[in-house]
Ligand binder design. Sequence first.
Ligand SMILES: C[S@@+](CC[C@H](N)C(=O)[O-])C[C@H]1O[C@@H](n2cnc3c(N)ncnc32)[C@H](O)[C@@H]1O
Length: 222
Amino acid sequence: MQIPITARLKTVAELMEETDVLCDIGCDHGYLPIYLIAQKKIKKAYACDLRDGPLKTASRNISAFHMKDCIQTVKSNGLRELTALTYDTISVCGMGGRLIAEILANDLDNAYRAKQLVLQPQSEIPVLRKFLAENGFLICEEKIAVEDRRYYVVMSVIKGEEVNRDEMSFILGRKLLERKDDITKRYFTKELQRFQTILQARGGETNAPDVQKIICELEKYV
Ligand SMILES: C[S@@+](CC[C@H](N)C(=O)[O-])C[C@H]1O[C@@H](n2cnc3c(N)ncnc32)[C@H](O)[C@@H]1O
């Protein structure tokens, strides 16, 4: 039976270092830890979720793939129940950037205990980048995943000091700007079009110097 892993979660798996124990926060269906075990990238996982429905679905899928010995479901609000667990890596994927930041902020000590965090915010990405920089986290890699013609940002994060703390870095992502692959170029071309539309809606040049700065930066890139 093939694991129905999406291109987005495959990119999350790609950015994850080989590790012993993963805590997947907001596991829903549980396919990320199932895929990572099958790939032998992790040895054990805690599939965590706030709600019973997703935990039941994850449990069913874990059983279907005969992985009950290595993946345990845990009911947890964010990182709350991680205090009693031993782990190396945390993943938080498919949630808004602000919610991911809140989840980390609510249990910072548990977040700091991870050697690596792989985060995949669906929205409000600048909010998350700013939170990480201001709370002792360093984004060491960012990558774009494409699924159904939608672009998703995936980030690999460790404890450390972020030197890029300016608004532009939070908005565009310094690590993404360093990438010159086709997918990243297409992503930034779309971003450029989005900001050009915002500028037009604001009535042109003089009213929106902030948007103009972003457009200038993106024009240098694409
Ligand atoms: C859209 S799904 C994403 C599932 C999966 N991580 C993915 O990327 O495909 C979001 C999941 O996060 C869970 N969730 C939302 N807030 C949470 C929180 N504070 N703690 C744990 N899980 C949460 C929801 O119950 C839901 O199952």
